[in-house]
Design a protein around this ligand. Structure first.
Ligand SMILES: Nc1ncnc2c1ncn2[C@@H]1O[C@H](COP(=O)(O)OP(=O)(O)OP(=O)(O)O)[C@@H](O)[C@H]1O
Length: 590
């Protein structure tokens, strides 16, 4: 329990700071509602005593009118009180969601790749909602009011009759001890429940994104079986947890309340017979004791909710504590030419095995460098390092002679345009996808010109909605080649000094690829172009080709020089069954 409270103080209280005034406003309204709750039983005492002791019917009518007025006022005030609390709770949830999303946007890929999918969505949606909407608005804020109300009730009960009061309040420690044991046991179950719930999120996210693979493998039944297993485990855990929670909240507290009331009516009734208290006082004490136990119930349930919220707030803060990238931190670039140089670079994703080593080469503006090599040899990793998606473990990468480690990631990425193997389009129109992320306004005529040169216009003009066609989630309504053409057009519209093309034309037919290669030469001819490809035809016009194997450059030279070396490049060449005549022509090409 103390650990939970410490976590709440450490992580949640600082987040409440911007809401001090709304919180005070909501507590003020709660204070008014509580005051009415405290006044009502006293009015009943007044009313019953007037009817039974002083026999003043004017007082009875007056008290009835006051009670009526108080009830109306309470209803109106509680509407605004709930509204104010909900507003604070939703504000806290929104604040966490905003901070988390912003933080996640800047988490390094090395961190992101190690997080199970679904966990981030869970933190942003479920945990943030739990902390703000559920805990702050229905747990924490009412708890503060209930503690004040409970204290006031103790004073009133004692003031009316301290002996009856003491006897009825003695039951309180029993309730506390009973819930203490239950809460401790429930904590472990809640931690387990969280982890199982997260597994469910991960499972669903993976299944949705792999629907095509599931159907192609005909494994719907297998997936259903896995889902049913999860449902069974989750169902068992939630049933147990909910039952024990409810038992603490309802059954136990109901029992304690009735024991308390029996004490009040038993001991109070005896005092009534002794004429040491009035019927009005007995009625008022019974009502106050009932209110006190209701407060107790919510205070004790708040202890359980505190445990749940502490888990959620800790999980949120674990994400917020993960070191992030600061895109604006570092040198700002002036005008650059776009010369890139790898100086003895090594890199490892895992920290143990090296995925790249001894990589040294330079590529200059106006030059096209092809990178080829077997699958898994490290070609895409080279591209990732250029973008500073990962940092080299050794060596340096230089842009115009400056170590890119010292350049602000935003500034660096403004100079580099990338088309990666896995093209992602937004579920919006082709027009918006083309203009995504452009910092300056581009005349539509220029966009159309680029689209014509990258063969985008060719297929868009056949679509009924043209450039206003919505492409579906991740561009699902377009073919692989169409997506690549849009990505290439978007790349050329960004007008960067360096172009990184990782299998950017792999899904295109050879005629379209040839047309686009021509465009890249025409529009991007003065830029520094790095082309990764499996198909050697894609890099045939490159000025220089690097052949990578097992993370190292094993061959380097022009296509003709490489062919004559009779090494890996030649083997790749032959394996792609290029015609003998074409081979010799290419080999002889100056
Ligand atoms: N996030 C990652 N974590 C750990 N290892 C990784 C990660 N990404 C890639 N690797 C490993 O790094 C090596 C190089 O991968 P890379 O994607 O650069 O190869 P590639 O040459 O581009 O392959 P392909 O031609 O198949 O696209 C591979 O052994 C791969 O398994």
């Amino acid at each position: 329990m103390m650990k939970d409270i410490r976590l709440i103080f450490r992580y949640l209280f600082p987040a409440l700071r911007p809401y001090v005034w709304p919180i005070l406003g909501s507590l003020g309204l709660t204070g008014m509602v509580v005051s009415i709750d405290l006044l009502q039983p006293y009015c009943f005492k007044w009313l019953v005593d007037a009817a039974t002791v002083s026999l003043s019917y004017q007082v009875v009518i007056l008290v009835l009118l006051i009670l009526f007025g108080l009830t109306i006022a309470r209803s109106l005030l509680s509407y605004w009180e709930v509204y104010a609390r909900s507003k604070v709770g939703e504000g806290i949830s929104a604040q966490y969601r905003k901070r988390l999303f912003e933080h996640i946007l800047h988490l390094p890929f090395s961190t992101l790749h190690n997080l199970p999918s679904g966990i981030l969505e869970n933190r942003v949606m479920t945990d943030s909602g739990m902390v703000g909407r559920v805990y702050v608005s229905t747990g924490l804020l009412p708890l503060i009011a209930h503690l004040v109300q409970a204290a006031a009730l103790v004073v009133l009960i004692m003031w009316l009759n301290w002996q009856v009061g003491m006897a009825s309040l003695l039951i309180f420690p029993l309730g506390w001890l009973l819930t203490q044991g239950m809460t401790r046991r429930n904590h472990a179950r809640l931690v387990q429940l969280r982890s199982v719930a997260e597994q469910g999120h991960t499972f669903l996210e993976e299944s949705y994104s792999c629907l095509r693979e599931i159907r192609a493998a005909g494994n719907e039944a297998g997936e259903m079986q896995r889902w049913q297993q999860w449902l069974h485990t989750y169902g068992q855990l939630t049933t147990l947890s909910t039952t024990k929670n409810r038992f603490v909240r309802e059954a136990l507290n109901h029992l304690i309340e009735w024991i308390g009331l029996c004490i009040v009516y038993g001991y109070g009734g005896w005092q009534l017979l002794q004429h040491s208290m009035t019927i009005g006082s007995l009625l008022a004490i019974a009502l106050y004791v009932q209110q006190f136990y209701t407060m107790l119930t919510s205070i004790l349930s708040a202890r359980i909710e505190t445990g749940e919220a502490a888990n959620a707030v800790q999980a949120i803060n674990e994400i917020l504590a993960m070191p992030r990238e600061w895109p604006e931190q570092g040198h700002v670039l002036g005008e650059v030419t776009g010369a890139l140089e790898f100086d003895n670079v090594a890199f490892s994703y895992t920290g143990s095995e090296e995925h790249l080593q001894h990589i040294s080469f330079a590529s200059t503006p106006g030059q096209a460098t092809g990178i080829v090599g077997p699958s898994g040899s490290g070609k895409s990793t080279l591209m990732n390092l250029c973008m500073r998606f990962y940092e080299p473990t050794r060596g340096r990468i230089l842009l115009d002679g400056q170590d890119i480690k010292k350049i602000a990631p935003h500034a660096l990425r403004q100079q580099i345009g990338v088309v990666s193997q896995d093209i992602q389009l937004w579920n919006t129109t082709i027009r918006e996808n083309l203009l995504y992320g452009l910092r300056q306004d581009v005349p539509w005529e220029h966009v159309l010109d680029v689209c014509q040169k990258t063969c985008v216009h060719q297929f868009v003009q056949k679509l009924p909605d043209g450039y206003d066609t919505v492409v579906g989630p991740r561009g699902a309504k377009l073919s692989g080649g169409e997506k690549q053409r849009i990505a290439l057009a978007r790349l050329l519209l960004r007008d960067t000094k360096i172009l990184l093309l990782d299998e950017a034309t792999s899904a295109l037919d050879s005629l379209t690829e040839a047309a686009i290669t021509q465009t890249l030469l025409q529009i991007g001819g003065m830029k520094n172009r790095i082309l990764v490809a499996h198909r050697l035809a894609t890099v045939q016009n490159a000025d220089r080709i690097l052949v990578i194997k097992d993370g190292e450059i094993v061959e380097e030279g022009s296509p003709q020089e490489l062919y004559q070396q009779n090494g890996l490049y030649t083997a790749l060449y032959h394996s792609q069954r290029l015609g003998t005549e074409e081979l010799s022509t290419t080999a002889e090409r100056p």
